[in-house]
Write a new protein. Structure first.
Length: 319
């Protein structure tokens, strides 16, 4: 491809070109799983009996909302990284709103349809000013536009932190910290290490919703980049990597094949059994979360752990 064409390519196209050329492992960012179709499929995943993470997240928020309010005080401004449709956040916002004041809620998400659903659902109890952007880009907007006084509570729920590479987590949290002010709060959701079979089932359900979510990435490349992936020629696979304490999601090529992506004017070869690594879901320990807090400049305040599914909500403060 000529250099003159590349600046016209989308970020998605450029990342696909780099990721499918990676040696020895083809790899794509999990952010690209969440187009409008992917977001709907992920909402369905959260309802599956095998995916206990989402229900644990919501149980903690329901049970501990009053305790969180006691520690943060009532809030006028709450922002959320990767809000989705805001289903579980609704319970928390009701308890944290400042008496007599209309709460401002700033959801940040890459899915426009999820933000529309969020605005419809939460608009009844808060002023919703959504931001269609990546996490840090959206947080930068919040930091720039927020009032001069009053604390911010930033939410990062659902263990999205586990999608980052482990070596990137502390630097990412430090970047979040730099966008916050002293006295702000950060509520972080994180999935904890548990029985391996239990974890694997959450990422490879028997009716295939997670497989559809993963395979939709191929269809997204077909729709947006002019690729000719045959989704039936790939299979979804979840793997537990013990040494790194993570679940990996892969798309496995069922045969030798060659895929052409028209907007890149390039073809990519796949050997039978070769994979595209699409997501990492790291699992954590309580002590590890506390160390991340200190390493990134936060003060840990409290941690809550669900009794049915080992999932944690950690409340940190900017000292």
């Amino acid at each position: 491809m000529s250099a003159s064409v590349r600046p016209q390519l989308s970020e998605f196209a450029l990342d696909v070109a780099e990721g499918l050329s990676s040696v020895p492992q083809k790899k794509l960012s999990p952010r690209y799983l969440y187009d409008d179709i992917g977001s709907v499929l992920f909402d369905a995943i959260t309802l599956l009996p095998e995916y206990g993470l989402a229900r644990a997240d919501e149980r903690i928020l329901r049970r501990c909302a009053s305790s969180i309010r006691m520690m943060t005080g009532p809030m006028r401004l709450i922002a959320e990284l990767g809000s989705g449709a805001g289903n579980k956040t609704l319970h928390l916002l009701r308890d944290l709103a400042h008496p007599g004041d209309r709460l401002t809620y700033r959801p940040i998400d890459v899915s426009a349809s999820a933000l529309l659903a969020c605005e419809k659902q939460i608009g009844r109890i808060a002023d919703v000013h959504s931001i269609h952007a990546d996490w840090l880009e959206g947080l930068e907007t919040v930091a720039r536009d927020r009032p001069a006084d009053g604390p911010l509570l930033l939410l990062f729920l659902g263990s999205s932190i586990g999608n980052l590479e482990r070596g990137d987590i502390a630097p990412f949290l430090e970047r979040i910290r730099r966008h916050l002010r002293p006295g702000d709060f950060f509520l972080l959701g994180a999935d904890l290490v548990k029985d391996v079979e239990e974890m694997l089932a959450a990422y490879d359900d028997p009716i295939g919703v997670t497989a559809a979510f993963n395979l939709n990435l191929l269809n997204r490349m077909n729709r947006e980049l002019g690729a000719n992936f045959n989704a039936r020629a790939f299979a979804h696979e979840a793997r537990w990597i013990e040494k790194d304490r993570r679940i990996e999601m892969h798309l496995v090529s069922r045969r030798n094949q060659r895929v052409f992506i028209s907007c890149l004017e390039s073809a990519f070869n796949f050997q039978e059994g070769e994979t595209i690594w699409t997501e990492s879901s790291h699992k954590f320990t309580e002590l590890e979360l506390e160390r991340y807090a200190h390493a990134s400049g936060f003060q840990p305040i409290r941690i809550w752990i669900d009794s049915h599914w080992r999932f944690a909500e950690a409340l940190w403060r900017v000292p």
